[in-house]
Design a binder for this molecule. Structure first.
Ligand code: AHR
Length: 336
């Protein structure tokens, strides 16, 4: 093996040139590998993260909150958690308070798509990176957030529609329970489902209304569907989440129809109660939407803090469960 031998010292002017060259190469390397706004923190500093959650409207949301809190605790992160109790104004206030507290990173699950421009600009001016989790926002400039971690809601809607088309040979009179008006999953799950319906002339949506992603509201709205003139013709119920479907199942049964048989029920999330309903035979299918985003969220936050570039969109992997595949073991193995 050849060894480097100490040679003659370089003349002063050459030494200066070599040092300047090395410094600019180093600066270039750092600039290329760093995310704007992310300066690596001192190794011993505890990471402070402000997280604004929408509320506790569904089993999905409760599992999502638990996943994020558990992961923060596991990693020793100082998590400043704020529950907006279903009110987006509270979320905006929480973000302003995180900015004032000078947290290292802000994470937010935005209730609806609109209304975020101003407060995200404030966070950017304060140099605090913002990560969107679960739901996307609509802003003029996507540099206002670092990345969006969550599901492909349009695809979930397509999967629900495709399942129904396959089961019915493309013939169904459908009632739809939408999520919160203006929320990304509501808009996208409707869009994806309608794409499939549009390909099947025998599938029609005769009723469509918001149940706000809540079980009680889903029941109430479905009771009205069943009482309506179209009620007796309805052969399928599509709910934008499991909780509303579970409420609707009660309403369908109370109207003297058999949920899962006379009225097929398909929904989205894959929470444990939905698996129980599939075992009971009242829910036909759930399209998975994974709420266990904690590990992915903190991996991303830590990467951002190290100054690494992260993809603008981080997707979660999910499946579709038909009741014919569900056993007591499947139910027991569900994590949420
Ligand atoms: O944004 C995800 C949706 O929000 C879930 O499907 C729903 O259950 C929740 O409330």
């Amino acid at each position: 093996m050849r060894r480097c031998r100490p040679g003659r010292p370089l003349p002063a002017f050459l030494r200066a040139t070599v040092i300047a060259g090395a410094l600019s190469a180093l600066a270039l390397a750092v600039a290329c590998s760093k995310q704007p706004g992310g300066d690596a923190p001192p190794a011993n500093k505890r990471l402070v993260v402000g997280f604004s959650q929408i509320g506790a409207e569904s089993g999905w949301r409760t599992a999502n909150t638990k996943s994020i809190k558990d992961e923060a605790e596991k990693r020793g992160v100082d998590l400043r958690f704020s529950d907006a109790q279903g009110d987006q104004e509270n979320q905006v206030r929480a973000l302003r308070s995180f900015i004032q507290q000078q947290v290292d990173v802000i994470a937010v699950a935005p209730k609806t798509e609109e209304g975020w421009q101003e407060v995200l600009e404030e966070a950017q001016r304060a140099g605090i990176p913002v990560i969107l989790t679960d739901r996307l926002v609509r802003v003029d400039d996507d540099s206002l957030y670092v990345t969006f971690i969550g599901s492909d809601f349009v695809e979930e809607g397509r999967r629900a529609g495709q399942w129904l088309a396959d089961q019915t040979g493309g013939t169904a009179v459908i009632a739809e329970l939408q999520g919160t008006p203006g929320a990304a999953p509501t808009i996208d799950r409707k869009k994806g489902f309608e794409e499939i319906v549009a390909r099947h002339p025998g599938m029609t949506i005769v009723k469509s209304q918001s149940g706000n992603f809540e079980r009680s509201k889903g029941k109430e709205v479905c009771e009205a569907f069943m009482r309506s003139p179209e009620g007796p013709q309805i052969t399928a119920l599509y709910a934008h989440n499991d909780d509303m479907a579970l409420g609707a199942i009660q309403a369908i049964a109370a109207a003297g129809r058999r949920p899962g048989e006379d009225v097929l029920v398909v929904s989205i999330d894959g929470v444990r109660d939905a698996f129980q309903a599939m075992l009971d035979g009242t829910l036909n299918c759930t399209v998975e939407c994974n709420p266990l985003l904690g590990p992915q969220l903190f991996d991303t936050i830590e990467a951002v803090r190290r100054g690494e570039r992260v993809p603008k969109r981080i997707l979660t992997t999910e499946g579709v469960y038909d009741r014919s595949q569900v056993t007591a073991e499947t139910l027991a193995s569900r994590q949420y």
